[in-house]
Design a protein around this ligand. Structure first.
Ligand SMILES: Nc1nc2[nH]c(S[C@@H](C(=O)O)c3ccccc3)nc2c(=O)[nH]1
Length: 277
């Protein structure tokens, strides 16, 4: 299975680790320690050495209740770092944004993948993504980050997430974005209760109905913390378990903070899976 841009292809026959590069002062787990650009570059270089095939650059915290970040502020955080990474790294670079202008400038600066938690529903984003030639990740979210965790409700979370992603898929195809450029993400932690998240993980295989690559991101999230009663610095074991379960269900891309640990876990899992009956 592959994920393509208009000029590059990512080979997904092997699991790909997406390393998180938070450039936000209020990002809930890194506490903004990577705001300085050289620190961001050093962290990205280390994540590539540790096995990351994609670096995900984010300038807007999507922490529930987080304040919206302005366009100019997000541009100033994200674009110079993507330029720096592009000059130094051969890996894929993704930009975690929902703003059309940030998508356009980030791809111009060298981003290969638009990672939009709002699945290209904001004004102008479908057109910008289509003309950018970049790959796209469409993620499910119920509501908006400020309110999404207040009382999320579904009749069948897996059915509804799949229906949402298929609707966004057809909007993308109508806008001229080829399926080969698209991967899908159930959006763990985005408008889901603890039970919704685990049902969505247990039934992740249902999303293969789309025939598209699946990206999952559960790293250090409350679905781990609430279940285990662990704070954000103590969620590595739970994060690895959740992502290896997703791998066993055929997921392709894993968005994590702890790249070295995820890379090691994948290698051990693959060594055993190689001999499976
Ligand atoms: N595609 C894709 N992009 C993503 N961006 C993020 S923000 C997330 C975090 O853990 O950084 C987060 C979620 C909730 C609160 C704070 C931070 N999560 C995803 C994901 O699950 N999938």
């Amino acid at each position: 299975m592959l994920l393509s841009t208009s000029s590059k292809t990512l080979n997904l026959t092997s699991p790909q680790v997406m390393g998180i590069l938070n450039l936000t002062p209020d990002s809930f787990s890194d506490g903004g320690r990577f705001v300085a650009r050289d620190a961001a570059l050093r962290h990205a270089l280390q994540m590539v050495r540790d096995g990351a095939g994609i670096i995900d650059v984010g300038g807007e915290s999507t922490r529930p209740g987080a304040d919206e970040v302005g366009e100019q502020q997000e541009l100033e955080r994200v674009v110079p770092v993507i330029e720096l990474l592009r000059a130094e790294l051969d890996c894929w670079i993704s930009v975690d944004t929902s703003k059309a202008v940030v998508m356009r400038e980030a791809v111009s600066a060298g981003a290969d993948l638009i990672n939009d938690i709002r699945a290209l529903r904001e004004p102008g984003t479908l057109a910008v993504a289509a003309e950018s030639g970049a790959a796209v990740c469409l993620m499910h979210m119920l509501g908006q980050p400020r309110t999404m965790q207040q009382a999320p409700g579904y009749s069948d979370v897996t059915v509804e997430v799949l229906a949402f992603l298929e609707e966004r898929l057809s909007s993308c195809e109508q806008a001229g974005i080829a399926r080969e450029r698209i991967c899908l993400d159930p959006g763990y932690g985005f408008g889901k209760s603890l039970e919704h998240n685990y049902e969505l993980l247990g039934k992740l295989g249902r999303l293969h109905a789309t025939g598209l690559p699946l990206l999952v991101g559960m790293s250090r999230k409350s679905m781990i913390g609430q279940l285990l009663q662990r704070d954000v610095t103590e969620r590595l074991a739970g994060t690895l378990a959740a992502h290896l379960f997703a791998l066993s269900q055929g997921a392709h891309i894993f968005r994590v903070h702890d790249v070295k640990d995820m890379s090691d876990a994948i290698r051990v899992w693959q060594q055993a899976a190689h001999y499976q009956g």
